[in-house]
Design a protein around this ligand. Structure first.
Ligand SMILES: Cc1ncc(COP(=O)(O)O)c(C=O)c1O
Length: 460
């Protein structure tokens, strides 16, 4: 790097279009510029350390600065820097496909690689449509997803996404996607006695999926997309039995179930895949992010033999491809990352440490501003409330922006914690630390959150 920290600031403000950013905000403040990472820590251009409590963006499972991953990428680039997997193959993509098929729940055997999560979701929807066309049900084109759920930003994936705040600018969207209730227990519109009962709540939420399929006309619905634990809105875990019920609904109406594991895969929930944690076998898994711990971009779809079958015969093909999908360097890095996750027992570490993490976060319920604590594995959210005595009272959009952008986010950052404070809906602080974090880092997360959230200005 040749620029000084001052030159980096100036050039970032002048030339870099930062994603999902209010660029105007950087007129009066610095752009955070991270120059290096090591284990669970990030270091900025001034040399200051931060604890990476979000695995950067739910990505860096194995931690920063892993020489093994850098070396795997270097070796592959030197051996074969690039060749596409368009009617051809290279060993890294072949080995990775076989390895992912072995890790995925039974029956998911075929892997279509992309460069990231949006393309994975896009590809899964296209595959669902192409599959039904191949088997003589061309009218099955629609998808059902859940309110607020984030499934990506490309036009197809954006239609699957259920978060109005990031869709409105781009209307009209791809038609054919419909959204139903998610599993937000804290702010469900259902009667309290239903919400309090696992079984009834699961039945009601799965019933919303069924009702939408029936209303749309089952013969027109191709797939249901859901995350095992929904990210947007703040880590909504499924109530016990919910995913099995949705699986049943899909089977009853001949609809495919897509488990979007762009966040929930590769140990985030203490399992290789989130669907496995909840005992469900989907028809497709979409993945990205943690498959390489972010050292190179990669995503993809793992699908069942049944879905691939119509494309194995005669002159059939899935008319879809992406130049850098299954890039050899990314696949080699992913293989090395899976080696690390396996040899260091990182997935098992999350499963074993989840309770300790949860207990630390749960203790923050004692703070007035913390209304709910929810999540699974190393994927948690604290929902911030306006009135501790009446959790149903909601912040106005202006109030939550003032709270989150004016106080919570900058103070957590100043205190040295990278996490997500989200004001797009009811305000939440999300934690998804690097998966190698141990007691000391979990204590640090707890202490910083306690200090910042316990000392917010009154009258918020
Ligand atoms: C569940 C889910 N699906 C899809 C995506 C889109 O992935 P990408 O940003 O790699 O395109 C994301 C990104 O955060 C995600 O969380």
């Amino acid at each position: 790097m040749t620029m000084t920290p001052e030159e980096l600031q100036e050039a970032a403000k002048r030339h870099l279009w930062m994603h999902f950013s209010r660029l105007g905000a950087f007129r009066h403040k610095d752009v955070p510029v991270f120059v290096r990472g090591s284990g669970p820590r990030l270091y900025d251009a001034a040399g200051r350390a931060y604890l990476d409590g979000l695995a950067s963006l739910f990505v860096v499972q194995a931690g920063h600065g892993r020489a093994e991953l850098a070396e795997a990428g270097r070796r592959q680039a030197e051996t074969l820097g690039y060749y596409p997997i368009w009617s051809a193959a290279h060993p890294a993509a072949v080995e990775l496909a076989a390895r992912l098929a072995a890790l995925a729940p039974g029956g998911l055997e075929r892997v279509f690689f992309t460069t990231g999560g949006s393309e994975a979701v896009e590809s899964a929807w296209k595959l669902a449509r192409a599959y039904f066309r191949q088997i003589g049900q061309p009218e099955r084109t629609k998808v059902i997803a859940r309110d607020l759920a984030y499934h990506g930003t490309t036009m197809g994936a954006l239609a699957v996404t259920g978060l109005p705040a990031i869709k409105d600018q781009f209307e009209p969207l791809v038609p054919g996607a419909r959204h139903v209730a998610n599993t937000n227990r804290f702010r469900s519109g259902l009667p309290p006695d239903v919400v309090a009962d696992d079984d009834r709540f699961a039945a009601a939420c799965a019933g919303a999926v069924e009702a939408a399929i029936v209303e749309e006309g089952p013969e027109t619905v191709a797939a249901v997309f859901l995350e095992p634990v929904q990210n947007t809105g703040g880590c909504f875990p499924p109530p016990p039995g919910y995913l099995a019920r949705v699986r049943d609904v899909c089977d009853r109406y001949g609809v495919l179930l897509v488990s979007d594991e762009v966040i929930c895969g590769f140990g985030r929930l203490g399992h290789w895949f989130g669907a496995a944690r909840y005992g469900v076998v989907p028809d497709m898994i979409t993945f990205a992010k943690g498959v390489t711990s972010g050292y190179a971009p990669l995503g993809g779809v793992i699908c069942t033999d049944e879905l691939a079958a119509p494309f194995l015969e005669g002159d059939a093909s899935f008319a879809h491809g992406i130049t850098f999908g299954g890039h050899p360097v990314s696949c080699a890095v992913a293989l090395a990352n899976l080696d690390l996750l396996e040899s260091e027992g990182i997935v098992e570490h999350v499963a074993a440490t989840e309770k300790a993490f949860a207990e630390r976060l749960e203790s923050l319920r004692a703070l007035d501003v913390v209304g709910d604590v929810r999540g699974a594995g190393f994927f948690w959210a604290l929902e911030l409330v306006k009135d501790p005595d009446d959790p149903s009272a909601r912040f106005t959009p202006e109030e939550r922006t003032a709270l989150v952008r004016g106080h919570v986010a900058p103070r957590l950052f100043e205190a040295g914690l990278v996490c997500r404070a989200d004001d797009r809906v009811d305000p939440v602080v999300q934690l998804a630390p690097v998966l190698t974090c141990a007691d000391a880092e979990l204590d640090e997360i707890h202490d910083i959150l306690g200090d910042v959230l316990g000392n917010l200005p009154s009258g918020r």
